[in-house]
Design a protein. Structure first.
Length: 471
């Protein structure tokens, strides 16, 4: 209740004072809640010994308490303690209402970015549908796809989603954007019901009584039909049935490639298989080629603060591989945008910007380097993996910032104390670190001085001889 204004104080000033006091009290309440949550997380973390306890219970055929899986930063204390029998979610309730709304917001920002960059709507956007990020976010990537297409979930009385319904164009606010949905193997095998609902959605969008200029799905499907292509509304592509991975990372790991286009072709050959109500892994190259040719944007969620684009091989092998395949097919630059699902911020960030942030905060961060070097063999392996991923991004996304290689060489190879520490802890991983630097120079990704190059070659030969047992 707002009291009467004090003498000499205007009503507006009195109101501001009350608002300020209310904000202060609210802030104090938030601090108390955070402190309580902090104590609860600390208490639950102390129970993480349940992992071993419940492993033994499981081996003895005993009961293990169930719990929802999730991410501590995103989902809070409810995911603790670890060691319980985790379950994911009901696939018939994806996306959740919150995930759908957040996905819509992301998609609208993707469309707005395209309008700013090219003054035109994107005709096709590639959406990465990965199983674990769908589980962690309860379907945010589906929310992105549905907003692009201009659709919404329809539920039955029990709350289960039975259909993705096309919204009237007047309510959508933009043309129906075509989507190349790239499914991970886990998503493909775990969410068959969602795949069938999406397949039905794309068919209805292709048949909708709407002008082609407002429905790019219909526009592209009609063009495919005119060429005699069957199932022209197929939009869900993945690896061969029962198989996993693009194999792009295998080629990068083995240095078995000459150009980025080869890596794009490898991705394409592994993701030409269509899934839906009828298709269960049928190869549909004509449709994939059409979608790649019209793709101008790729969007993906990063679902965990633990692993980013530079930490594991799967990001460049899949998202990077798709990017290179689309660029080869269209002859144009294709932008990749990423959203950190563990953050409140839904702003899509460009691939190059995120890579630069990650390399500054991890690979060439002195504190990170020191921490990894103190982890023994495993730490050297982690550094080695990131050097391989750096080559992978160079091949698939043309990311060749010279300063990253310069700093990496200075940190891990040309610092004699650090180099000796890493070589002693894990000589094979250290050889790979140096080998990737030499490979980057050979491929033209990095232009080191001749002196640096000679030192790196000497280090590689020394480590190689030690591994081969040569005195």
């Amino acid at each position: 209740r707002i009291s009467e204004p004090r003498r000499g104080v205007s009503p507006s000033e009195t109101l501001r004072e009350h608002v300020s006091e209310a904000e202060r009290l609210e802030s104090e309440e938030e601090i108390k809640e955070k402190e309580e949550e902090k104590k609860e997380i600390k208490r639950l973390l102390s129970q993480n010994t349940d992992e071993l306890t419940n492993l033994l219970r499981g081996l003895n055929g005993e009961y293990i308490p169930p719990a929802p899986g999730g991410d501590l930063l995103r989902d809070g204390a409810g995911v603790l303690p670890t060691g319980r029998n985790i379950h994911a979610l009901d696939p018939y309730r994806m996306p959740s209402p919150a995930a759908y709304e957040r996905g819509r917001e992301i998609a609208q920002k993707i469309i707005a970015q395209s309008l700013t960059e090219s003054n035109a709507y994107p005709e096709t956007v590639a959406v990465m549908l990965w199983g674990l990020d769908a589980i962690k976010t309860k379907g945010e990537s589906l929310g992105i796809l549905l907003e692009l297409v201009g659709a919404e979930p329809v539920k039955e009385g029990t709350g289960r989603i039975v259909r993705y319904e096309l919204k009237p164009l007047s309510e959508v606010g933009h043309p129906r954007i075509d989507v190349l949905a790239n499914l991970s193997g886990i998503f493909r095998d775990s969410f068959v019901n969602i795949i069938e609902l999406l397949d039905d959605l794309f068919l209805r969008a292709a048949l909708a009584d709407e002008p082609e200029e407002n429905n790019f799905i219909k526009k592209h499907a009609l063009a495919l039909k005119a060429r005699g292509v069957k199932n022209a509304s197929a939009r869900l592509f993945s690896n061969p049935s029962g198989d996993f991975g693009s194999l792009v990372n295998d080629r990068v790991t083995d240095s078995n490639w000459e150009s980025g286009d080869e890596l794009g072709d490898t991705w394409k050959s592994r993701n030409v298989f269509s899934y839906g109500r009828q298709d269960k892994g049928q190869a549909r190259p004509e449709i994939l080629m059409q979608l790649l040719q019209s793709t101008s944007k790729i969007v993906q969620e990063i679902d965990s603060v633990e692993y980013g684009l530079t930490d594991i091989q799967e990001y460049y092998a899949n998202t990077g591989g798709l990017k290179k395949a689309a660029e080869k097919q269209s002859g144009q630059k294709v932008e990749a945008s990423f959203v950190e699902s563990f953050s409140k911020d839904t702003t899509p960030r460009s691939l190059d910007d995120l890579l630069r942030i990650e390399y500054r905060t991890k690979l060439i961060n002195p504190k990170w380097a020191e921490a990894m070097s103190n982890q023994g063999s495993g730490g050297v392996y982690e550094i080695s993996q990131r050097m391989t991923a750096l080559i992978g991004w160079g091949g698939t996304a043309d990311f060749t910032d010279n300063w990253v290689y310069e700093k990496a060489a200075d940190t891990y190879a040309l610092d004699a104390q650090m180099a000796d520490k890493l070589r002693q802890a894990n000589p094979e991983a250290f050889r790979n670190i140096i080998g990737r630097m030499l490979e980057a120079s050979g491929r033209g990704f990095w232009q080191p001085s001749q002196d640096k190059l000679n030192k790196l070659r000497g280090l590689y030969d020394l480590t190689d001889e030690e591994l081969e047992g040569v005195n």
